[in-house]
Design a protein around this ligand. Structure first.
Ligand code: FAD
Length: 364
């Protein structure tokens, strides 16, 4: 069976990995680079039960547990570790006194109140998103998957049978029995060729800091009050490699043609650094190692879109993972691999993510 996966983000890479465990060496087509978009620039934070009450609850719990298995099975070290996770308040309007009973350890020595335990080491974890995506794809390649650099331009569909036969990549035809659209926010391009719901991209800024000393494995979800009294929700994730990641702030800028053209707002990045400095003196002194921006893929109902594309044999989609793509990649990869290879997903119910639940759009 010839499977072609469009996009080497975490979702395409996870599908390639689980297909490779079933003896199917897919071809993954990527225009920019593995994990060059959101999958390399996200927080890499994982939570087992934060999707309770949502259609993706089962997906999240299954994925969180699969992450534990993957950390043991994949040969690469990608900084997976269980963490404690706290809610904290920071403000430029008021001062907080750190009391002796506050959560968190000594690195949190700034003007901030750490007031709630949101998750402990049994229910929250983290990983380095780019290293994780590479680890999945590298292992898939070791198992027979191929990675091809190129820009996907269109799909070839027989108009009489409505069966897909391949993909055009940089003017060349690549034959396929099955094609999976996993291009994150760029999956909207596929609405030119297939009856698919629209996928949007929401832009977010992030930085990484390199403090002198190691910061404890404690993730902070911040309630930050700015000068105008507006509240924002930056996230602060100390990583196993010694770097500290912070994301927050975004804008309405539309998705550019390629991840290589995503622009970074220096002011937003400096603002994130200033917030980190309010939390911890070690972070105030720390140097910024990366200033970056990326787009998370989101559909109308903010839930993933995964399954067979209605009406076109051999066409599949897996995107719209919004703010939980790193968390939900393993379950998505496993279930999509089962659907493609066996005709049915058995590890997870994919019905809530059926693309047919949303109205299809047509992009001219
Ligand atoms: C600031 C921020 C923080 C986040 N933090 C977290 C977090 O802590 N935990 C979590 O679980 N999730 C988090 N997320 C969400 C997560 O990053 C995304 O859901 C996930 O990365 C989406 O992966 P993807 O593979 O669908 O898309 P992408 O990573 O966007 O990958 C799509 C790929 O398709 C390729 N492509 C596009 N067009 C073409 C084409 N024509 N031909 C070939 N290839 C093409 C692109 O180059 C890209 O590599 C965060 C997102 C953001 C923005």
């Amino acid at each position: 069976m010839q499977v072609v996966i469009l996009g080497a983000g975490v979702i395409g890479s996870a599908i390639a990995y689980y297909l490779s465990l079933k003896g199917i060496g897919a071809t993954v087509i990527e225009r920019s680079g593995v994990a060059n978009a959101a999958s390399g620039k996200s927080g890499g934070f994982l939570a087992r039960d934060w999707c309770s009450g949502q259609a993706q609850d089962e997906l999240a719990r299954t994925s969180f547990d699969l992450h534990k298995d993957l950390a043991r099975t994949l040969p690469a070290d990608y900084g997976y570790r269980p963490v404690n996770t706290f809610a904290a308040a920071v403000s430029v309007q008021r001062s907080f006194k750190r009391d002796a009973f506050a959560f968190g350890s000594d690195w949190i020595d700034g003007d901030c109140a750490v007031h709630q335990l949101l998750g402990d080491e049994t229910s929250t974890a983290q990983l380095h998103p780019a290293l994780f995506t590479h680890a999945l794809l590298d292992q898939a390649v070791a198992n027979g998957t191929s990675l091809q650099a190129g820009v996907v331009e269109s799909l070839t569909i027989d108009s009489a049978t409505q069966r897909l036969s391949g993909v055009q990549v940089d003017g060349e035809f690549v034959a396929a029995d099955a094609v999976v659209i996993a291009m994150g926010p760029w999956s909207i391009l596929a609405a030119q060729w297939l009856p698919l719901p629209p996928v949007f991209g929401l832009k977010g800024y992030s930085i990484t800091l390199r403090p002198r000393d190691t910061i404890a494995a404690e993730t902070l979800f911040l309630d930050y009050e700015d000068r105008a009294g507006e509240h924002h929700g930056p996230e602060l994730v100390p990583r196993a490699d010694g770097e500290v990641y912070l994301c927050g702030f975004g804008d309405q800028e539309s998705v550019p043609v390629s991840p290589d053209d995503v622009t970074v707002d220096e002011q937003a990045c400096e603002h994130l650094h200033a917030i980190a400095g309010r939390v911890s003196s070690a972070l105030k002194e720390a140097r910024i190692t990366r200033r970056q921006a990326c787009y998370r893929p989101i559909c109308q109902d903010a839930m993933p879109v995964m399954g067979a594309v209605p009406g076109v044999t051999g066409a599949y989609i897996a995107t719209g993972h919004n703010c939980w793509g790193m968390l939900n990649a393993p379950g998505s990869g496993l279930a999509m691999a089962e659907l493609i290879a066996d005709g049915r997903a058995t590890s997870l119910d994919l019905t809530p993510f059926d693309p047919a639940r949303l109205e299809a759009c047509r992009v001219a």
